[in-house]
Design a protein around this ligand. Structure first.
Ligand code: ATP
Length: 326
């Protein structure tokens, strides 16, 4: 179903037709801010007190294993699901009072986007175009060509990946300020995934739009995101810019003849210390240069800074808990 009509239909790409009611709200520095946002289903704490900040203009990877609470968070941000606690602001609008106004500026592509199957591609485009006051025909034509989508084919005859591409085009048509993508590349082959993501990076982010993308495919996030957050069992395990993560989140392997200082685990920037053979393996989360400098002053017989992949970082932050991230 194509959205814009049904607020409780969570399976469609959309920009809701409501108009913004305040001008002040649109000027917030962050596209998304949540404070203690929570949602419970019976005894399941799907989202458990989430504090999240998504800067405007960022490509934000929202990562987590199956059941982590990603879709639940997204539904709350869209005003489709009521939080049981906490609050959230989207594009400067308070979710509790202004979710319709925010929705007018959001493009949304749901997981397994469910489109009107009986329409042809060009028909669903014309239909969706009619729902919105603003629509970029040139952009839509360019994407259709880029993805090679056949305009005369019935939507139900498109492959899963092609449907995802079409859903993205329909969400981008109204030129949203914020694009929310829930597992956008699931079902796509590697080539289609690469093309889809490079499009997002090149076109959408370059135009200053914010992209908030949930996924459990780490390589996708590594490819396009400039910010990342890891959710596990409804809780935020880590949130940072990619640059800061890559530069600061490291392990330092050190052997100190005189033994490790008692307070090593409490040094600023040190997250954990583990014994490893004759030395120590120190998990550093910030202030890498400072930590290294302090260790060097202790005259170590061996010191090595070890880079971590995104996957290693996430597994480490999840406390050794198994993350199935694909
Ligand atoms: P996936 O990657 O598998 O899509 P996710 O991170 O999007 O997972 P959610 O769909 O948000 O996770 O689910 C979080 C938790 O909330 C899960 O335990 C799920 O079973 C539960 N949950 C989600 N929606 C409902 C619902 N309508 N009723 C009951 N429980 C629900």
């Amino acid at each position: 179903m194509v959205q814009g009509q049904a607020m409780n239909d969570v399976t469609a790409p959309s920009v809701a037709g409501a108009a913004a009611t305040t001008t002040e709200a649109g000027r917030s520095a962050n596209a998304i801010e949540t404070h203690g946002l929570a949602r419970r289903f019976g005894t399941t704490e799907a989202v458990a007190g989430l504090d999240l900040t998504v800067p405007r203009g960022s490509v934000f990877g929202f990562i987590g294993p199956n059941g982590a609470g990603k879709t639940t968070t997204i539904k709350m941000l869209l005003g489709l699901l009521r939080p049981t606690a906490g609050r959230a602001g989207v594009l400067g609008y308070d979710l509790a009072t202004g979710s319709l106004a925010a929705r007018a500026r959001i493009g949304y592509v749901a997981e397994n986007a469910d489109l009107y199957g009986y329409m042809r591609v060009r028909e669903i485009i014309a239909f969706t175009r009619g729902l919105y006051p603003r629509w970029d025909d040139q952009l839509v034509a360019r994407y259709l060509e880029l993805f090679g989508l056949p305009k005369d084919r019935a939507v139900k005859a498109l492959s899963k990946g092609m449907k995802a591409q079409l859903a993205l085009i329909l969400a981008l048509g109204p030129v949203p300020e914020l694009l929310i993508l829930d597992e956008p590349t699931s079902g796509m082959d590697p080539l289609a995934r690469k093309q889809f993501l490079s499009t997002i990076l090149r076109e959408v982010a370059a135009a200053g739009q914010t992209v908030f993308m949930s996924t459990h495919i780490l390589s996708d996030v590594e490819r396009v995101a400039d910010h990342v957050a890891l959710l596990n069992r409804g809780r935020l395990v880590l949130a940072d810019s990619m640059d800061h993560l890559k530069e600061n989140v490291k392990k330092v392997r050190v052997v100190l003849a005189g033994g490790a200082p008692d307070d090593l685990g409490r040094w600023p920037g040190v997250r954990a210390v583990a014994r490893e053979g004759r030395g120590w393996l120190i998990s550093v989360e910030s202030r890498l240069d400072e930590v290294r400098g302090r260790l060097q002053a202790l005259d170590p017989s061996y010191l090595e800074v070890v880079d971590m992949t995104l996957e290693e970082i996430f597994v480490d932050y999840a406390g050794g808990e198994r993350l199935v991230l694909g």
